[in-house]
Design a protein around this ligand. Sequence first.
Ligand SMILES: Nc1ncnc2c1ncn2[C@@H]1O[C@H](COP(=O)(O)OP(=O)(O)O)[C@@H](O)[C@H]1O
Ligand SMILES: [Mg+2]
Length: 344
Amino acid sequence: MVNVNDEGEEGPLRPGSRFGDCRVERLLGKGGVGAVYLVSAPGGEQYAMKVMRPDIARSDPDYKKRFVHEAEVMMTLRHKNLVTVYDAGEDPEMGLCYIVMEYMPGGSVKDRLCEHGAMPVPEAISIAAQIADALGMAHFHGVIHRDVKPDNILFSADGVPKLSDLGVAKFLKGATSTTETMQGIIIGTPAYMAPEQMMDSSNIDARADIYSLGVVLYEMLTGRRPNGGSTVMGLLAKAIKGEALPDVRTMRPEVSAAVAYVISLMCSPKPENRPETSRAVADLLVRAAADGLILPKKPLRTAIIRRSKTMGGRISSFFRNIADAMDGRSSGREKGKEKGKDDE
Ligand SMILES: Nc1ncnc2c1ncn2[C@@H]1O[C@H](COP(=O)(O)OP(=O)(O)O)[C@@H](O)[C@H]1O
Ligand SMILES: [Mg+2]
């Protein structure tokens, strides 16, 4: 099996080489599913090109078919707050699957949080409302993102926030057979996952993205994840108990009660207590920011998820998977890897 590490630090392509019609300029970065390069077309236009990890494709015989199908869907989705996908396919020479998308030179929300910490309140709300609107369009077309996180909100040259990697998280699905990739899925970004996604990621709907966006908004407002420092097991225990997130105002008192209320709705442990659509979230955020939201008199009841029979089954199979994963990572290399991801 080809390991992504075998491709070296720069991933499968070399700067200065050609890929199809494009010239590879430089590596922009590497993520869970592949490497992203800055490329230029013959006319000089610049694009970002994501080349998917070949080992993921190899672990799933249907991968390429699904990849092309999903990419075709992504190409039809256009929104000012969505990174546009222009082209996708499989390179005939190297057999690599790729996606050509809009180049976003302004860095990510994650970069911004790392450099400057918490954002001004109006800016954080504006970013979240715009991303909620983009998600609303995607959800309307039946596409769930599954991996909304600060790394996947990128800025254009003129500072417009855009959601990237729509549909891309799906391509990890075929790789669940190995311990290493299974950990990648669970440990990758659990801090942003809705409780139901942690327990059974195959059976989620748009409300899981709404939860993740609520966590991102919390982090933009406070500079910290609401469950920062929790281990994966700790996060899972909270998900099972149906524990609500702490009030954003304990970390950032200047946030209005209305905005804190919308975040608590978005991050309700039970999906049925969240706003039903992302468009409704965008609307709630805009109204909350403009003091146009009338709050209910009673505080939101913290929902307790009871262990129903089906959920009990899912949880026990989840624990089995975790236990298998832990058995498989007894070597120091695996431990270090997990720690690195957890610490992110
Ligand atoms: N369209 C893009 N324009 C510019 N940089 C990008 C683009 N897409 C991804 N990147 C950068 O490439 C790197 C790897 O991205 P990605 O594979 O999506 O991983 P992740 O989302 O897990 O960070 C990140 O640093 C990301 O900011
Ligand atoms: Mg990304």
